[in-house]
Design a protein around this ligand. Sequence first.
Ligand code: UD1
Ligand code: CA
Length: 464
Amino acid sequence: MLDRINAVILAAGKGTRLKIDTAKPLCPALGKCLVDYVVEGLTRFGQDLDLNFVVGHQRELVESHLLRQFSQMKFNFAHQQEQLGTGHAVQVFFEKFPLAWENKYTLIVCADTPLITSEVYQRLYEELIDNNYDAVCASFIAQRPFGYGRINHGEVGFDIVEEKDASQEQRKITEVNSGLYLFKTSHIKKYLNDLDDNNQSGEFYLTDLLKKDLNVKAIKFEQEIDFLGVNNLVQLEMAEKVLAQRKKEKLMLAGVRMINADSIYIEDQVEIEPGSVLHPNVQLFGHTKIAAEVEIEAGCILKNSVIGAGSQIKAYSYLEGTQVRKNASIGPMARLREGTIISDNCRVGNFVETKKTLLHDGVKVSHLSYVGDAEIGENTNIGCGFITCNYDGANKHKTTIGKDSFVGSDCQMIAPVEIGDEAYIGSGSTINKNVPSGAFAIARQRQVTKENMAHKFIKKKDKI
Ligand code: UD1
Ligand code: CA
């Protein structure tokens, strides 16, 4: 017998009460899937675990997600074709993996309880070992016990009575089963084949492995919220709120300041270094990474973007798939799209949109511009109202501007076009030919001025 633990995650159920097509383990929560939090909690538990899943409903999707999300880890999957109950799920697991009988302990977790922490697993483990119980389950006092299995204590051990099977008296019990258990595998072996489906649901209940006259114990936990099971979209939202709160608290304790943290949304995979400040209503999604001493002002939305140390993202800017390097200033109200790279000390001001664009160090695009499929060299200044005409109706073309150049306000670059270093483009120019380094280019109508002619054009309202 090995001192290892079979962790068996029950993930075969349909999740009918969710009323959406997504399989329950794959429900989105804070930018990841519900089941990911279960795997991470187990990983943090730190014991020698074999990770097993009982899958059924949408099993291909569940399996491929897990293999992708945790590509370094090894998982076993047992297929429960018909979902005949939680006890049946465990039977299916041991039939498929008979070697699992060799592991001394078996931990059973539901895929729909994402808030269980590694401390909970640790405590169950210690209780079982220290008191030499054959099985323990985690219980808690429920504010609303409806729907849970009730813990019906005996002299030794206890029964778990499901809602449907409970008497009026038993329904009044507020201590309930969380659905998390740790067994000595030998205990499961002894009783697993005795399970029957003589109950109101006609299911094989795993809970029947816990009996009044056996050496089993319900370990009562204080924190009800840790055991929240997601059965419907209201509970999904509750779980997500708790995950969000935990994420933000962790960041704040590590030195990230948040102003009105309740209004801030940060997905679980986001990384932020200490010394950064987030203002109200900031939303950070996906693999966004924020270095130290960054300030993100109110209402900014960042998706899969990387911000370098000391940069400032001013209010209501929207960044997607963008890299901003050090000490840059973006916005307010800038929109940086996929493939944008903003290098050190750049300034990108209000109402500027960029896409697939590289700005080298110190470039300024301060106002009202579209910069797409472009590369702009060091310290070049782009005036207000600049447009790269990058699309000819069929293809995209590139605009390249060298370093230390100056592009006056209201210029358009009809791509493909190249401007050299230290070039100067006069305001109001529409440039469709390359401009070599050091050249001055201007492309606009000459001005005509006619003295004393304004009165012909100025209209005055008749006085009444
Ligand atoms: C179960 C417990 C109940 C406990 C509650 C806590 C039983 C009989 N009851 O009830 O005492 O209070 O959890 O939330 O165990 N699953 C399978 N295969 C199946 C059936 C279920 O893999 O054949 C999986 C589900 O996908 C889910 C988990 O097992 O992840 C729990 O099943 P669910 O139907 O939600 O059980 P509850 O009715 O909530
Ligand atoms: Ca459940």
